[in-house]
Ligand binder design. Structure first.
Ligand code: F6P
Length: 549
């Protein structure tokens, strides 16, 4: 039976009509409701009382979870079933951070020993580089790293790297070292990455699951040329290593097979942070010990996800309310608002995790969904976002938001004479904004302030705008791991409910094919003055203009 015809879906459709007649200003008066809509686990508090919802809504969403077999689907994922049906692959990013004693089988083979063998290699290699046992071609310590990769081979590692940069333990371990991430095929990105780096002291990590991604391959060739120009061809063995599943292509590129850190086809690109994709560059920068703590945080969230009852399960609740806002209340956008500058790259990473996973039009069997799945995710650290797009959120469109804040700052400061610490000042905004969105301000309240009648409507805040509040103890390697896994699982929950395949990404292919056609046209036109053929009139004219410049 199609999802939209199921009892629980129809029930939620009906329930949404009732909820549309309520206002958060009233719902939030009910202390019992507010208490019931809070869950706490392992240093993370989720308060979802500012959803346009009653306790009945949660019950109805849990009924949908039951009817769509959410629990079974979660179990199928973590136990290695080939739930990526279009590519006939298991989806096992949870195995990447599983305990060494765990047993998870794919095609009858336990994958955990291989996972831990690669982690052991990363630990040994990163220790050698960091301690100066592994030196560059001219005998210098490799204190800088350029990690080349794009999409899932870039966004997650950069998000975690930025999040740990100002953590005290990680900052200490990174002292004297630098890591940069080169993703865009734009030569400007190359030049920004190489700024004041020296080939003699630089280690290059080429990260690509397929080792065919055109942006990464061109960037890798560019950086290899930068290395060999100064140090000669032999330097590649000391200065360039790779992370890939395609060992043959890595060898063809000229990288010593001993210096390849592998992973497996059951790790999706955007879910690969805990494979060598993220762990190698992060361990080089912050030391393996700290990154092991990060893996432990992700593992703890995996355990919570796999074992907590659905109604107390933080990623499940986030996912269910994602479905509620998108499919039943018609909210097509969603904001991710960390009140923590170290999380400045969280939103770009979650954009890929979520939009590449759930931005689909058909279900697992290829049938049209009949509703819009997925949301447009965006975000910015508070308070910067407040001075940018919050205007639209308060008085324009309704954008469900996740506010993420921490009880303690990574870098506490207190200025003499200021009534509160700088972190308190930040967090005051964190506590104020969800209420401003939920409660708003009525025309009567505005008028009572003596505002001129014609200005009153401009100062009215409709309120009734939903958000989740996530209050976390502190941002460190452990909670970074939790946060990463939390959002990975939220995406999976929504995909499971919507009955689509969250683990392929066919939608990125067409553009890549057309770009290849343009590349060969540009090459022919530049070299042999070949006329432009095979494009529509608009693209033909644009290419002409471009080539004439
Ligand atoms: O953007 C499409 C994509 O296939 C992503 O899913 C992936 O993360 C990225 O390209 C990079 O792929 P690779 O790691 O194979 O270079």
């Amino acid at each position: 039976m199609s999802l939209t015809r199921s009892e629980s879906w129809k029930n939620l459709k009906q329930h949404a009509k009732e909820i549309k007649g309520t206002h958060l200003r009233d719902l939030m008066q009910d202390g019992k409701r507010c208490k019931a809509m809070c869950v706490e686990s392992d240093g993370i508090l989720l308060d979802y009382s500012r959803q346009n919802a009653s306790q009945e809504t949660t019950a109805a969403l849990l009924a949908l979870a039951q009817e769509t077999g959410l629990k079974k689907k979660i179990k199928a994922m973590v136990s290695g079933k080939k739930i990526n049906n279009t590519e006939n692959r298991a989806v096992l990013h949870t195995a990447l951070r599983a305990d060494a004693k765990a047993v998870v089988k794919v095609d009858g083979k336990n994958v955990i020993p291989d996972v831990h063998a690669v982690l052991k290699d990363i630990r040994a290699f990163s220790n050698k580089v960091r301690s100066g046992k592994w030196l560059g071609a001219t005998g210098k310590t490799l204190k800088d790293v350029v990690a080349i990769g794009i999409g899932g081979s870039y966004l997650g590692p950069e998000f975690i790297s930025e999040a740990l940069r100002t953590d005290k333990a990680c900052a200490r371990a990174a002292s004297g070292r630098r890591v940069r991430f080169l993703a865009n095929v734009d030569p400007i990105d190359v030049s920004r990455n190489l700024e004041d780096f020296d080939p003699e002291t630089t280690l290059v990590v080429v990260i690509s699951k397929t080792f065919t991604t055109s942006e990464t391959m061109l960037n890798a060739k560019t950086i290899r040329a930068w290395i060999t120009k100064k140090l000669g061809k032999e330097a590649v063995a000391k200065h360039v290593v790779a992370v890939s599943t395609n060992h043959e292509a890595v060898a063809d590129f000229g990288i010593d097979p001993k210096n390849v850190f592998g992973f497996w086809d059951w790790v999706g690109g955007r879910y690969s942070v805990c494979s060598a994709v993220g762990i190698l560059p992060l361990a080089l920068q912050y030391g393996y010990k700290n990154i092991d703590v990060f893996l432990a945080g992700a593992r703890a969230m995996d355990d919570h996800f796999a074992t907590a009852p659905l109604g107390k399960n933080i990623p499940v609740l986030l996912g269910l309310y994602g479905v509620w806002n998108s499919s039943f209340l018609g909210r097509k956008t969603r904001a991710l608002l960390p009140y923590c500058q170290a999380l400045l790259k969280l939103a770009p990473h979650i954009q890929q995790v979520d939009m590449e996973s759930n931005g689909k039009g058909v279900d697992v069997d290829g049938k049209a969904l009949g509703f819009d799945a997925g949301e447009v995710d965006f975000g910015e650290p508070g308070t910067n976002g407040q001075h940018s797009f919050y205007q639209l959120m308060h008085q324009g469109q309704v954008v469900p938001a996740d506010f993420i804040g921490f009880k303690k700052s990574q870098q506490p400061i207190k200025v003499a004479g200021h009534p509160v610490s700088n972190h308190d000042e930040l967090m005051a905004n964190f506590f104020a904004q969800p209420d401003a969105l939920a409660f708003g301000k009525t025309a009567a309240e505005v008028a009572a302030q003596g505002i001129e009648a014609d200005v009153v409507p401009h100062k009215v805040f409709p309120g009734n705008r939903p958000s989740n509040v996530l209050l976390i103890d502190e941002l460190n390697a452990y909670s970074c791991g939790q946060l990463l896994a939390l959002y990975e699982h939220r995406t999976a929950v929504q995909g499971f409910i919507w009955n689509l395949n969250s683990f392929d990404q066919m939608g990125v292919e067409l553009g890549k094919v057309l770009a290849k056609q343009v590349v060969s046209q540009l090459a022919d036109s530049r070299k042999k003055k070949a006329p432009i053929t095979g494009f529509n009139p608009s693209t033909t004219a644009l290419l002409k203009k471009y080539l004439d410049a």
